[in-house]
Design a protein around this ligand. Structure first.
Ligand code: BDP
Length: 584
């Protein structure tokens, strides 16, 4: 799933803009041929969620149709043409000129269909995409209420708004008939030398190629044999300039074949776990930063480029160097920015709030999760910023709340979950042995479930969901639990979530819950405690910014207010605490 590029042999035609749109609550569109024209269209922006563009469809997540007319340049006539959708949440069905070319399920990963045989020359082409985000159980993430108390309306077991629509660009692109279909880059370090292994797959055909790496005043190249339609070559880069947050240096990699040319930026780096530490290029690193969301006013989960730049600037301003793509893969444009800006990313599939108690759902959820892992790794495997795959966020055991209070289940209760999660971890490792793999754990969930992770990632809310208002007690419990986790699991620990809902502008002396002071103290307390433990290698605050959640009694104004910044990106007091700690 290479990112489409423009060069002398490849073309892209971005269809971002205003499209025609209509909801289809009665599912009549297919039968009434809405792929040709919509009976009552209104304008909508692509990319963007539909929910915040019109008030009457805020809570609507069923099927809707998008239509756009476009010409295709006649210079593309002898090329292969694909229609690529960056993200249709949850499922997208694509038509061109009235012909259905394919359907994709899974809301945050790109898909492309070959439309070569269906395009019209010298007249406009009608592109239609129907999208639905039914909140039903046999999906990942599943719809319907869950046991954690975050459910509201619309019903979800997870704590973010189920935005729907075409969230990322829709692009037509052309490639030569015989083209480079896939590129996999793996880097190693041998003394001062960077070792860059490049594997290339052709779409069909064979031949000879060339791989060229340029950067840092050097040019290294090698011939590539693609005799069987695929080939591999190893480049050795003397005195390599390594990629790191302090110096996110990117080399240009060019792959040239008889008919095609593909380029991508690459970083030379390694990542490993050793004892208490995570090592980047052999040196210990810490992952200080955030759990985030793709979320903003009006655009919802739609790609919003100015917002990306702004958010990176704010993350730098507080001294963050990492984040997790909670709770689904983020846009490709964002991953490219992370490479360039030197952020360390935990890249997560949408397996949030899964439960394992309904035997009929297990194989369905497993299949969806495995597909998401396959597609995510295919998409993001060449990003130096991505150092860890997260295959689940907060899988939920039986009786989660009772477990906080010390209740213990009968032996075997958690086995189905363990088997499920271990299968996901193993899949990620098999596909990509060069990165770390983790499962992000819920408070009270069995530590058994974390045993196969390379790094122990836990979300903790001592002092908020438990011991609310008793911050000292909460922080003491965190302190004790850190030691227990280390004793039992013996792996470096990252707290991938900790935080407190905070109403910007609400102050308190004493610092009561929801005040800016409470959040500031909460974060200071956690950071100070973590700083005493050499096996804690990262603290990621929940959340970077306030974000849209479903409506319910825990979510004032339909928002989760744990942001360090408000939804409009103004800092709360806690931002200064982070600056003190992280910019030292
Ligand atoms: C955790 C979830 C996250 C929630 C957060 C919270 O992983 O998605 O938003 O707690 O409650 O359970 O704020």
């Amino acid at each position: 799933m290479l990112y489409p590029i423009q060069n002398e042999v490849r073309n892209t035609l971005d269809l971002s803009g205003i499209w025609d749109f209509q909801t289809d609550p009665n599912e009549v569109g297919e039968q009434d041929q809405w792929f040709n024209s919509l009976p009552d269209a209104r304008p909508i922006a692509v990319p963007g969620s539909w929910n915040e563009q019109y008030a009457d469809i805020y809570n609507y997540t069923d099927r809707s149709w998008y239509l756009k007319r476009t010409y295709i340049p006649s210079s593309w006539k002898n090329e292969r043409i694909f229609l690529r959708v960056g993200s249709a949440n949850y499922s997208g069905t694509v038509y061109i000129n009235g012909i259905k070319v394919g359907e994709h399920k899974g809301g945050h990963l790109p898909f492309a269909f070959d439309v070569t045989g269906h395009v019209q020359w010298n007249q406009a082409n009608m592109v239609a995409i129907s999208v639905e985000n039914y909140l039903i159980q046999d999906r990942v993430p599943p719809g319907g209420a869950g046991p954690l108390g975050v459910s509201g309306f619309p019903g979800t077991p997870y704590d973010f708004f189920p935005f729907a629509g075409l969230h990322r660009p829709v692009v037509l692109y052309s490639v030569p008939a015989t083209h480079i279909e896939d590129v996999t880059v793996v880097t190693e370090i041998d003394g001062q030398t960077g070792v860059v292994k490049v594997a290339v797959k052709l779409s069909g055909g064979d031949g000879q190629g060339q791989v060229v790496l340029t950067g840092a005043g050097q040019r290294v190249e090698a011939a590539l044999s693609l005799a069987t339609g695929a080939g591999e070559v190893t480049l050795r880069v003397p005195s390599a300039r390594l990629w790191s947050p302090g110096d996110p240096y990117l080399y240009d990699l060019d792959i040239i074949t008889a008919s095609d040319h593909y380029s991508l930026p690459i970083g030379i780096r390694t990542i490993a776990v050793q004892g208490k530490q995570v090592l980047l290029n052999g040196q210990p690193v810490t992952l200080n930063g955030f759990g985030r969301h793709e979320d903003f006013i009006a655009s919802g989960k739609g790609l919003n480029l100015p917002l990306l730049i702004k958010d990176y600037q704010l993350m730098r301003w507080v001294g963050a160097t990492s984040y997790r793509t909670s709770h689904y893969p983020y846009s490709e444009e964002e991953m490219q920015l992370a490479d360039r800006e030197g952020f360390l990313i935990i890249d997560e599939i949408p397996a949030v709030s899964l439960q394992f108690e309904t035997p009929e759902l297990l194989p369905i959820h497993l299949r969806e999760c495995l597909r998401a892992i396959d597609e995510l790794i295919a998409r993001d495997k060449n990003h130096p910023s991505v150092i860890m795959w997260s295959v689940a966020n907060e899988p939920i055991p039986q009786n989660p709340r009772a477990r906080f209070a010390g209740w213990r289940p009968a032996p075997g209760t958690d086995d189905a979950g363990k088997q499920f999660l271990d299968t996901l971890v193993q899949r990620a490792r098999d596909l990509d042995p060069t990165r770390l793999v983790t499962v992000v754990g819920l408070m009270g969930a069995p530590n058994e479930w974390l045993k196969s992770s390379d790094v122990v990632c836990v979300n903790r809310y001592w002092g908020w969901y438990t011991d609310g208002g008793e911050l000292e007690t909460g922080i003491r419990r965190m302190d004790e639990e850190f030691d227990l986790l280390w004793q039992e699991l013996g792996r470096p620990i990252i707290v991938t979530e900790f935080g407190a809902d905070t109403v910007a502008g609400l102050h308190g002396e004493p610092a009561v819950m929801f005040s800016e002071e409470y959040q500031a103290n909460f974060i200071r307390g956690y950071l100070a405690t973590a700083a005493k433990k050499d096996f804690v290698v990262g603290m990621q605050v929940w959340n970077f910014a306030d974000f849209a959640a479903v409506q319910g009694i825990n979510r004032v104004g339909g928002l989760n207010l744990k942001g360090i910044f408000t939804r409009t990106r103004q800092p709360k007091m806690a931002a200064q605490v982070l600056r003190e700690y992280w910019r030292q």
